[in-house]
Design a protein around this ligand. Structure first.
Ligand code: NAP
Length: 307
C-alpha cells in the first residue's frame, strides 16, 4: 500500500480541526486521491463556513462526533490541551478497526490524555508532522506542506503492525518521510528543535518590545538586522504554543537549564574578551546550518531565498 505500488485509498477520512494542519491534510488528500470522502469538524461556525467555501471537506459539522462516524482514518488536529476532551467526545462512535491519530506537537501528554478513551478495536497511533508555518486557520493550509518533511509516529507497545504500516503509507503518500520513536524521546528532540527555539523567539521579541531606550518603531524599522527572523516564530498561534509548553514542561525545563548555562558561558566570553571561544562556537553553528541544507530541510538561497 505504498505510493508507486498499490494505490492507497481510504473510504472516509475525518479531519477534526481545520486549521493549518487540517486544511493542509485536506488539500493533499484531495490532490493524491487518498479518500473517497473527507469529513471535517471544527468547533467554530466561522471556521466551518470558511471550510465550506474552500471545499475542505465533503461533509462538515461543528460536532466532531458527526464527522468521525464511519471514518476509517481519524486525524485530531486541535491544540494539544484539548486532545483528551475531543477524544472522549468522539470515542462512542469510532468505527471498529479505524485508525485514530493526531498531529499534536507533544506526544507523551497526548498519549496520557487520549489513550484512556480509545475503544477496543480502534488503533490509536500518535503522530507529529514536523512541518508548519507561523500561520493558522483554514486559509493557512496548502497541499505541499508535508513534502520532504518528516512525520514522527510514536506507537504504543502492542499496536497492530498493519495499522502502523497503513498510517506510515499515508504519510509517505503525502510526501513525508516517516520515523518511529519513543514518545518521551520525541518530546526531548522536539523540545530542542522546535519548542526551545519558539520560546527564545517569544522572549527576544518581548525583550525588544520592552526596551525603554529603543523605541518600538526603531525595532521594526531596523529589524532586517536579524530581529525579523525571530518574529516569524514568535508570530505562531498563542493557543497552540501555550499548550505545547504546558504539556512538555519537563523536557523544556531541562533544556532551558542547559540553554541558560550555555548563554552564561557566552556572556562570560564576551565580558572577558574571549574571542577564540566566540569564534569556535560561531564556526560550529555555521556547520550545522550547512547540514540542515544538505538534509533538504531548508533552502541554500541566501537569506532564506528572500529577495
Ligand atoms: P490552528 O490552525 O490554530 O487550528 C486549530 C483547530 O483546532 C481549529 O479547527 C480550531 O477550531 C480547533 N480548536 C481550537 N481550540 C479548540 C478547542 N478548545 N476545542 C476544539 N477544537 C479546537 O492549529 P494547527 O496549526 O493546525 O495545529 C493543530 C495541531 O497540530 C496542534 O496540536 C499543533 O500542536 C499541531 N502542529 C502544528 C504545527 C504548526 O506549525 N502549526 C506543526 C505540527 C503540528 P476553530 O477554528 O473552529 O476555533
Amino acid at each position: 500500500m505504498t505510493k508507486g505500488s498499490e494505490k492507497l485509498l481510504f473510504g472516509k477520512i475525518a479531519l477534526i480541526g481545520l486549521g493549518l494542519i487540517g486544511s493542509s491534510l485536506s488539500h493533499v488528500i484531495r490532490r493524491e486521491g487518498l479518500a473517497k470522502t473527507i469529513s471535517g469538524a471544527s468547533r467554530g461556525r466561522e471556521t466551518i463556513e470558511r471550510a465550506a467555501e474552500l471545499g475542505l471537506a465533503d461533509e462538515l459539522s461543528t460536532d466532531a462526533r458527526e464527522a468521525v462516524r464511519d471514518a476509517d482514518l481519524v486525524f485530531l488536529n486541535v491544540p494539544v490541551g484539548v486532545m483528551g476532551k475531543v477524544a472522549e467526545h468522539i470515542a462512542p462512535v469510532l468505527k471498529p478497526g479505524a485508525i485514530l491519530t493526531d498531529a499534536g506537537s507533544v506526544k507523551s501528554a497526548v498519549i496520557r490524555d487520549v489513550s484512556p478513551h480509545v475503544p477496543d478495536g480502534v488503533h490509536f497511533i500518535p503522530g507529529h508532522p514536523i512541518a508548519g508555518t507561523e500561520q493558522s486557520g483554514p486559509d493557512a493550509g496548502f497541499a505541499s506542506l508535508f513534502e520532504n518533511r518528516w512525520c514522527i509516529l510514536t506507537p504504543l507497545e502492542g499496536t497492530d503492525e498493519k495499522a502502523i504500516k497503513t498510517l506510515a503509507a499515508f504519510w509517505r503518500a503525502v510526501g513525508s518521510n516517516v520515523d518511529c520513536m519513543d514518545p518521551a524521546h520525541h518530546d526531548l528532540v522536539l523540545g530542542i528543535t522546535s519548542h526551545l527555539p519558539h520560546l527564545i523567539a517569544y522572549n527576544i521579541v518581548a525583550t525588544a518590545a520592552d526596551l525603554e531606550e529603543v523605541t518600538e518603531s526603531e525595532v521594526i524599522k531596523y529589524s532586517a538586522g536579524g530581529f525579523r527572523d525571530f518574529t516569524r516564530l514568535a508570530a505562531s498561534d498563542p493557543v497552540m504554543w501555550r499548550d505545547v509548553f504546558l504539556n512538555n514542561r519537563e523536557a523544556v525545563l531541562e533544556l532551558l537549564g542547559r540553554f541558560s548555562e550555555d548563554l552564561s558561558a557566552l556572556q562570560r566570553a564576551i565580558r572577558w574578551g574571549d574571542g577564540d571561544k566566540l569564534f569556535d562556537l560561531f564556526t560550529r553553528s555555521r556547520k550545522i546550518r550547512r547540514e540542515i541544507i544538505e538534509a533538504g530541510q531548508d533552502t541554500e538561497a541566501p537569506n532564506f531565498g528572500r529577495r
